[in-house]
Ligand binder design. Structure first.
Ligand code: HEC
Ligand code: HEC
Length: 297
């Protein structure tokens, strides 16, 4: 009897720890998403780039019926008009806004009404809207922040920046240094990364960022930017395990200590912390950021 109950207690403890371990593993490896990440996947599945080129340098063919003859034309990119979240939502939901319907019907290839036809749910459309507006900020919608010069800044200046300036300059420097190429536009989550712990490059918008930077600790963020790896994450119980993943992953983070001044690093630290407090960005959030950029550039 005694032996039996000792065995069941032992088995219970082992199962308990096993379940905890599994829960921890799934929590740690569960992919983090954002409207931008989900929107990019949906846009891929929905074939947006099949009909729309990725930029004006990537034109797509169409035909328009005019005076009973088919004439060759090009399909506008997704950013030809200046889009708000609401105008983007209208196009994706109804295929074309009412005021343009008649002219649109003269086209050989027409924009699908993804919402009205039930191919995308309202939530999915919100994700596509956020994705499209964020991609539009890469210069397609007229705010080409990357092309602007960085002003001379001191470390003390960075602490004095107002929110709109912090966004404008942080965004500009991130574009000029290629941070978004790996971490996603506006740090909303990056592409796949073979043999990395979670299988992709994390963004700056959510809990991945907090996990990797000791809860947004400025010294830790600075260490990542200067050396391309974290410090706290590599110490302690799980440190050795984490370090192994950093060494094996296909795309490692480069160190920027020789490329950036102290003030520029300080600016990026403040910008990333600020971006993280905004969380994953919705279409409306991006519209507001685009407006603040338009007013401050
Ligand atoms: C079958 C082809 C096709 C597909 C697929 C398609 N579109 Fe379109 N879309 C069009 C056409 C045609 C127009 C009208 C362009 C014009 O007037 O030249 C258009 C117009 C638009 C516009 C307005 C154009 C502008 O000037 O800004 C937006 C925004 C847009 N589409 C977004 C999307 C998104 C997002 C997706 C994917 C969810 C998508 N489209 C998929 C054909 C397509
Ligand atoms: C070539 C791709 C690449 C570029 C360019 C890049 N990073 Fe990274 N970054 C990574 C990878 C990979 C990681 C590690 C993620 C991991 O190991 O889980 C990382 C991690 C980080 C982290 C830790 C927290 C988090 O959310 O990822 C910060 C902070 C960071 N990078 C900031 C930047 C900044 C700022 C820039 C531009 C100055 C930049 N990175 C440019 C690939 C890149």
């Amino acid at each position: 009897m005694k032996v039996n109950s000792a065995i069941s207690i032992f088995v219970g403890i082992v199962l308990g720890f096993g379940a905890l371990g599994l829960a921890f593993y799934f929590h740690e490896t569960h992919p983090e998403t954002s409207p931008y990440i989900r929107g990019a996947e949906l846009a891929h599945e929905a074939g947006c780039y099949t009909c729309h080129g990725t930029s004006v340098d990537d034109p797509r063919v169409n035909f328009r019926l005019r005076d009973s003859a088919w004439r060759s034309t090009e399909i506008a990119t997704m950013w030809e008009e200046e889009h708000s979240a609401s105008s983007m939502r209208t196009w994706v939901t109804h295929g074309v806004p009412e005021r343009k319907r008649q002219s649109h019907q003269q086209l050989l290839l027409q924009m699908p009404a993804y919402g009205d036809d039930g191919h995308l749910s309202p939530d999915e459309i919100e994700d596509v809207v956020a994705w499209a507006l964020i991609v539009g900020l890469r210069g397609f919608q007229g705010y080409d922040n990357r092309e602007e010069d960085m002003p001379e800044l001191s470390v003390a200046d960075v602490a004095e920046l107002e929110e709109a300036e912090l966004f404008m300059l942080g965004d500009r420097l991130s574009r000029q240094q290629g941070c978004y190429q790996c971490h996603g536009e506006l740090g909303q989550g990056g592409p796949g990364n073979l043999a990395s712990f979670k299988g992709y490059i994390p963004g700056f918008q959510g809990t991945d960022f907090l996990d990797l930077t000791n809860n947004g600790d400025p010294a830790e963020i600075r260490h990542w930017i200067e050396h391309g790896r974290g410090k706290a994450i590599e110490s302690g119980l799980l440190g050795g395990l984490a370090a192994g993943y950093f060494d094996r992953q296909a795309i490692p983070m480069p160190g920027y200590r020789e490329l950036l001044s102290d003030a520029e690093i300080e600016l990026l630290v403040a910008y990333l912390q600020w971006l993280n407090t905004r969380g994953p960005l919705s279409g409306e959030d991006v519209e507001a950021l685009a407006k603040s950029l338009d007013e401050s550039i």
